[in-house]
Design a binder for this molecule. Structure first.
Ligand SMILES: Nc1ncnc2c1ncn2[C@@H]1O[C@H](COP(=O)(O)OP(=O)(O)O)[C@@H](O)[C@H]1O
Ligand SMILES: [Mg+2]
Length: 420
């Protein structure tokens, strides 16, 4: 609407009706109607194509179109402009259908007074505007909802990715942390070994000679004292035991600190184990320990120090025997294993020595300490706690790895891997 003027297209083939309508509309006081007339559908449509109108007054019975078809054609051409259908007295049925087809309202020709006509046109225009406004608001809302949904989806995806990345980082941190802990444990172990090693050789050498003298003295007293005096003999027996125990520790310490002098030779490992087993045969028999040997054929030679490796097996087999006071089966296996190496074409060949006992196993409480120097659960039975630290030291100088764990059912097992 410009300057309170409403442009109206009047499509009416009856010139008398047309001029009557024009005259009535001109009488409006609140607005000014600027009426353009057309007497056929075609000329009406042409006008709609070239000019802007605020409303259309449409007769349904035109020379070139009839009934609802007229409404459809005009509505198709100008969907945004309100249409008020003009009908005859007996066309009320068609009129309501016309409203269904998109017309805003209808006026029965001849019945409308001036005010009724004007009001009807104004209301129709008003209603159409409100409808349009509503439609625009709805479209806008829909658009906003779509935009917001897309935005939320984007945020969602972003968050999901973020969570994924965070999980990955967390995982990496966990791995790094556990590696750090491992390295830390190794460093502590190495530091302990160095301190103990250094102290050990000094103390051992200092204590060795006095011990030898005490032992000689004990032997002398044993010879010289009255054999019938039981209490003296018992006391001397105690002293002898204590001195032997001390001597044992001293020897262990010296072993522990003197592993740098190695005598390496290429040789078979089986004879070395056989010798250790033979040395312990008496003890095994005494404890009802049944030995099972599973040695593979054609085993390769290893570059090793025969005496040191024998000492390793003696220590491990003695530990197994100590754990099997009630007897049981002791299984010693030697075999070769090929493992695929990650990220490499090369295969990893190892020789494995496995000692499986049916003893007490190792409790969770002590399992982290068994390689510590002087750690023993057998102190009252003469344990020194130097066996496993010595074993580990010797194996380290042979680039071999040792692992001790409990069996699923009972007892413990030792696994040694020599690189080939
Ligand atoms: N085969 C085994 N079964 C159960 N416990 C074992 C075994 N081997 C070692 N241990 C545990 O590890 C500890 C340390 O062993 P080791 O260093 O040889 O010292 P020791 O034998 O003098 O106690 C033992 O006291 C024992 O508690
Ligand atoms: Mg031992």
């Amino acid at each position: 609407m410009k300057d309170n003027t409403l442009a109206v297209l009047l499509v009416e083939d009856n010139p008398e009706v047309a001029s009557l309508m024009c005259a009535m509309l001109k009488k409006a006081k609140s607005v000014r109607f600027d009426v353009t007339t057309a007497d056929t559908l075609e000329s009406g449509l042409n006008l709609l194509r070239t000019q802007d109108f605020d409303g259309i007054l449409l007769d349904l019975t035109l020379p070139d179109s009839n009934g609802l078809e007229t409404v459809r054609s005009v509505h198709a051409q100008a969907a945004n402009i309100p249409i008020i259908v003009l009908t005859g007295v007996d066309d009320e049925h068609i009129a309501t259908n016309a409203v269904r087809e998109g017309a805003q309202d209808y006026i029965v020709k001849g019945s409308a007074d001036i005010n009724g006509l004007i009001r009807s046109v104004l209301y129709a225009i008003e209603r159409k505007h409100a409808e349009e406004e509503l439609r625009r608001a709805r479209d806008e809302l829909e658009l906003r909802v779509i935009e917001r949904t897309e935005e939320l989806q984007r945020i969602n995806e972003f968050l999901a990715k973020e969570v994924e990345e965070r999980k990955e980082t967390e995982n990496q941190l966990r791995i790094a942390n556990s590696r750090l802990k491992e390295t830390q444990a190794q460093l502590i172990q190495a530091a302990k070994m160095e301190v103990v090693g250094g102290l050990a050789s000094g103390v051992a050498h200092e204590v060795k000679n006095p011990l030898a003298i005490i032992l000689q003295g004990v032997e002398y007293l044993e010879r010289k004292t009255d054999k019938d005096d039981k209490s003296v003999a018992t006391t001397i027996g105690f002293i002898r035991n204590a001195v032997e125990r001390a001597d044992n520790i001293v020897r262990g310490l010296m072993d522990f600190s003197s592993i740098s002098q190695l005598n390496m030779e290429n040789q078979q490992i089986v004879p070395i184990i056989e010798k250790a087993l033979m040395l312990l045969k008496h003890q095994f028999d005494k404890q009802h320990i049944k030995l099972v040997k599973k040695f593979a054929d054609n085993l390769p030679e290893l570059l090793i120090d025969r005496n040191k490796i024998e000492q390793v097996f003696l220590n491990l087999l003695m530990n197994a025997a100590d754990a099997m006071e009630q007897g049981g089966i002791l299984t010693v296996s030697i075999y070769r294993q090929t493992r695929e190496q990650a990220n490499s074409e090369r295969k990893n060949e190892v020789l494995i020595v496995q000692i499986i006992d049916q003893g007490t196993g190792i409790s969770d409480k002590v399992k982290d300490s068994i390689f510590d120097p002087f750690f023993t659960t057998k102190r009252t039975k003469g344990g020194t706690g130097l066996g496993l630290p010595i074993v580990r030291n010797i194996l380290e100088t042979h680039k071999a790895v040792i692992e001790i764990k409990n069996n699923p059912d009972r007892g413990a097992q030792v696994l040694i891997r020599f690189a080939l």
